[in-house]
Write a protein that binds this ligand. Structure first.
Ligand SMILES: Nc1ncnc2c1ncn2[C@@H]1O[C@H](COP(=O)(O)OP(=O)(O)OP(=O)(O)O)[C@@H](O)[C@H]1O
Ligand SMILES: [Mg+2]
Length: 152
């Protein structure tokens, strides 16, 4: 089940949180990652990749737009820090197999809400009280993820 909220106190813990969410991912899922610079979005995706049995190192796609990793499911890892490239990201994601069963995770994902916001999972990262603390909130949009959420 996907928790509603979690607090992590290290990058490793954020990776584990990503891995536990990934255990419940299904083909075609879209996850929007929201949070400022250094919030932990890429760290979280590293945990997702591990759980999906991706063997390549996951790095920030800020300059490459969309990285494609082959694992148990195809992981499409995009970054909308440059929002003007939204259309390119979508084309790439669709070309690279989102519709054939990949999963798409988008950093600065609020930019993709007009397209995917009705049926996706939004994961928000906020700084906590301590420097290495992150508060992570999971929010199901639409029916797709609703049944996978822990009861509040
Ligand atoms: N609890 C934590 N979870 C995740 N990262 C943490 C945590 N505590 C400290 N950090 C540090 O915060 C940074 C998170 O970087 P990361 O690249 O994951 O952020 P990001 O949200 O992807 O940033 P960007 O918007 O630049 O892509 C890393 O340097 C990591 O070591
Ligand atoms: Mg990043």
């Amino acid at each position: 089940m996907i928790p509603r909220t979690a607090t992590t106190t290290s990058p490793e813990e954020t990776r584990r949180l990503g891995a536990s969410m990934a255990a419940g991912l299904e083909p075609g899922d879209v996850v929007l990652l929201v949070g400022g610079l250094g919030a932990g979005k890429t760290t979280f995706v590293q945990g997702v990749a591990e759980a999906l049995e991706v063997t390549d190192d996951v790095t920030s796609p800020t300059f490459t737009l969309c990285q494609i990793y082959r694992g148990r499911l195809t992981l499409l890892h995009a970054d909308l820090w440059r929002l003007e490239r939204l259309a390119e990201v979508i084309d790439l994601a669709l070309d690279e197999g989102l519709e054939e069963g990949g999963v798409l995770l988008v950093e600065w994902g609020e930019g993709a809400e007009p397209l995917f916001g009705k049926d996706c999972l939004v994961v928000t990262f906020e700084p906590g009280a301590a420097q290495s603390e992150r508060r992570v909130t999971f929010s199901a949009r639409g029916e797709r993820f609703a049944a996978r959420m822990e009861v509040a």
